[in-house]
Write a protein that binds this ligand. Structure first.
Ligand code: DQA
Length: 147
């Protein structure tokens, strides 16, 4: 187990950031976000491992592997936020601090986006602040780990 390693998980369609509905999700690409997170992690004395997939089972497999390997998870589960009890169960099972991030403010969008299954496993949630939300999540995670 690496006490300073944070797993950053990006769910479905987030590989398209930059071109996907930029008026909602911003102009940063996923690579831009990952780079900012790597830099921020260094500043905080942490390291970040990033993982993106469009597949629900692959997300679950990666979360299960995080047990015993990472100290915390920052996750944007994409649309699986609103549908996946399996993802919630995986996050509960690993028993690590979890921070859920959404680029958009899901609470001012369509009603089907306003409920998060995965949030039940999260220590905290950040929504609506674009890419900055990930950086704030990492700062918050550093604080949680230092407690
Ligand atoms: C999202 C919000 C979800 O409703 C959507 O399906 C996404 C991105 C966000 O970051 O705002 O894919 O998680």
């Amino acid at each position: 187990m690496n006490p300073n390693k944070i797993l950053l998980i990006h769910g479905p369609n987030l590989n398209l950031l930059g071109t996907r509905e930029p008026e909602i999700y911003g102009k940063d690409t996923l690579a831009d976000i990952d780079e900012k997170m790597t830099q921020k992690a260094e500043e905080l004395g942490l390291s970040v491992e990033t993982f993106q997939t469009n597949h629900e089972g692959a997300l679950i497999d990666r979360i299960q592997q995080a047990a015993g390997d990472c100290s915390g998870i920052v996750i944007n589960p994409g649309a699986y936020t609103h549908t996946s009890i399996a993802l919630l169960d995986a996050l509960l099972a690993v028993d690590l601090p979890v921070i859920e991030v959404h680029l958009s403010n899901i609470h001012r969008r369509e009603s089907f986006r306003q409920h998060s299954y995965t949030a039940k496993a999260a220590t905290g949630i950040i929504a609506g602040l674009g890419a900055t939300g990930y950086l704030l999540a990492l700062e918050a995670m550093a604080g949680l780990l230092a407690e």
